[in-house]
Ligand binder design. Sequence first.
Ligand code: ROI
Length: 165
Amino acid sequence: MTERQRSALAYVGLGSNLEAPRDQLERALSALALLPLSECVARSSLYASAPVGPRDQPDFINAVAAIRTRLSPLALLDQLQALEQHHRRVRNRHWGPRTLDLDLLWYDGLARRSPRLTLPHPEMSRRRFVLEPLAEIAPTLTLGGELPLTLAGSLKDQALTRLVE
Ligand code: ROI
């Protein structure tokens, strides 16, 4: 495991639309808090969202978590993928329903493109289900010079509801 000297701040997007999605997300948020060399420093509320992409699937529950970590980006990605497997992730088709999806959205402002990992996540600025939860915990973060809520403002056609806990 590549360990860094200095800790980095990372944002992780969570999504589920199968097998009790709210429970999936709560379990995943608890598991994120236990990642090695890492600390979960903030989490958003849960949000219900209409599927982006193929519409013939259940609505999603989404959230975003902030992780302070000394794992490298790829080591953190490995941990997230292991967690997805642990939750017996079901994913039968591209952009189809899934029990748990964990996306590494942003890592210390790093911009990189590689076959396994592109940062920031290339779709995040176009997804209201990422931007509004992110705005809750990182209102001043800028993506291409824009605040998450500004970007979300032009995506009101993507239905999203914050769930009151
Ligand atoms: N749509 C919503 N609303 N939430 C998601 O987490 C999500 N994840 C995906 C696709 C299928 C693109 N659509 C989604 O991977």
